[in-house]
Design a protein around this ligand. Structure first.
Ligand SMILES: [Zn+2]
Length: 257
């Protein structure tokens, strides 16, 4: 007999608690969840453009395996000299349906940014190798260090060189691409796969269009393992994948001069 009495006595307090719990539930269901979804999945579904610079190398073959496993396309900005040494890897990238763009021939800043002519000589040498191996004329280009690099001015002593190089792309049949997600996988040490994956996923979060800078040079050896975590996480977040030739408004860095 005491229990009902207790319940009756506590009724106003219990009712208040019940009301608070119900309010919390309504807030969770109707407020918090849409906000959480909004934070991870951009309206209309976002697109991730995975890009790999400075290859091809043995790492490229591993990356291609992972991309094939998940049926995800990517864009590779290759170094001409490495492509010349490994035409079979360049051919593999091409045959798998990925896009190949021009990066440089040497990736030696002091050479390739020594003058306007030197840069275009390197770019054209790289393009010729791509064309001779794949049969396709490349139209995508990524400046080593990005268009906002500060090494160009140092190498050339010419504050206006990057501006002239970026302006010169269209006339030579190139569209240049920078990035808006940089996990820092090429800073002179090998980033562990977990950190690399987390940086990429967090960098993409909330972006409608995420251009991810990764590397497939020999030192970027944790990339393939990281991709096995990155790709499923981004799919879970609602992203789809594409190649840079399909990106109409590429993010461009501010020219440093
Ligand atoms: Zn590079």
């Amino acid at each position: 007999m005491k229990k009902p009495y207790l319940i009756l006595r506590l009724r106003p307090r219990a009712a208040a608690a019940l009301f608070a719990a119900a309010a919390l539930l309504v807030c969770t269901v109707f407020c918090c969840q849409p906000l959480a979804r909004e934070a991870s999945v951009p309206a209309g579904g976002g697109t991730v453009y995975l890009t790999f610079d400075d290859g091809p190398s043995a790492v490229t073959a591993e990356i291609l395996e992972v991309l094939e496993e998940y049926q995800v396309p990517a864009t590779f900005f290759v170094i001409g000299k490495s492509a010349e040494e490994h035409p079979e890897l360049l051919q593999q990238i091409h045959q798998a349906g990925h896009r190949i763009g021009v990066h440089a021939y040497t990736h030696d800043y002091s050479l390739l940014y020594s003058s306007e002519a030197a840069f275009w000589d390197e770019a054209e040498a790289c393009a010729e190798i791509i064309e001779s191996v794949t049969g396709e004329t490349p139209t995508l280009l990524r400046f080593p260090g990005g268009s906002g690099n500060t090494v160009c001015r140092v190498a050339s002593g010419d504050g206006g060189l990057m501006q002239r190089l970026t302006q010169g792309c269209a006339g030579r049949g190139y569209v240049y691409h920078d990035w808006n997600v940089d996990p820092g996988d090429n800073l002179g040490y090998t980033l562990d796969a977990y950190t690399l994956a987390q940086r990429v996923v967090e960098g993409c979060r909330g972006k409608d269009s995420a251009v991810v800078l990764m590397h497939d040079s020999a030192s970027a050896s944790t990339g393939p393992e990281a991709l096995r975590s990155i790709i499923p996480q981004l799919i879970e977040m609602g992203y789809s994948f594409s190649t840079l030739d399909r990106l109409e408004q590429p993010p461009h860095q501010t020219l440093a001069g």
